[in-house]
Design a protein around this ligand. Sequence first.
Ligand SMILES: Nc1nc2c(c(=O)[nH]1)N[C@H]1C(S)=C(S)[C@@H](COP(=O)(O)O)O[C@H]1N2
Ligand SMILES: [Mo]
Length: 196
Amino acid sequence: MSRRGFLTTVGVGVVGAAALTGGQTFGWLEPLNLFGARTRGLGPQGLPINRTAAQAGVEGAAVSADWRLSVATAAGSSALSRDALLALPQTEAVLPIACVEGWSSSVRWSGVAVPVLLASVGAPPESRLRFTSLEPSGAYRVMEMGPEYAADPLTLVALAIDGEALHLEHGYPARVIAPGRPGVLQTKWLRSVEVI
Ligand SMILES: Nc1nc2c(c(=O)[nH]1)N[C@H]1C(S)=C(S)[C@@H](COP(=O)(O)O)O[C@H]1N2
Ligand SMILES: [Mo]
């Protein structure tokens, strides 16, 4: 291939990629949005859905009256109901979900700041944590968080969006929302938090 032919091919490739990924921003390109969010358009509470509760197999466990967030530290473990979490001081933060699939969206979250949660069980804020989802399997079931994120007063075990209980598709009864982390690490449908 001549040098000129090569450059033309690269040019078409770049324009093509821009058009294909532009669908999240430009409505008229939406039909070409092959690499965007799996669920097109806006989901409930003004936020796209990456993986639904049905796909994750959590529809039963997530809405069960028996749900508790298990919080395990070196000293032992506690089981907190959603009401118990709501009874702790709540923090509000406008933070984005930034998905590698090509969309980013900010909403107003509220819930228990992770340092507040750690303090409530007597654990130090500078802790390394492991969060596990109710999902029986899946690439994003388990997530680890370094102490610098755990100690951030805006890192949340989120319970609500815009003052309304999290929609099941967005991680009800509780999910992680932390500043400056990719969407894949914003674990939905929490089951447990462990100090590791
Ligand atoms: N348990 C669990 N949490 C998850 C996921 C998942 O598949 N399972 N997907 C992640 C990805 S890739 C993104 S972008 C966000 C999307 O959150 P949303 O569906 O509330 O917009 O959730 C993250 N949390
Ligand atoms: Mo994502």
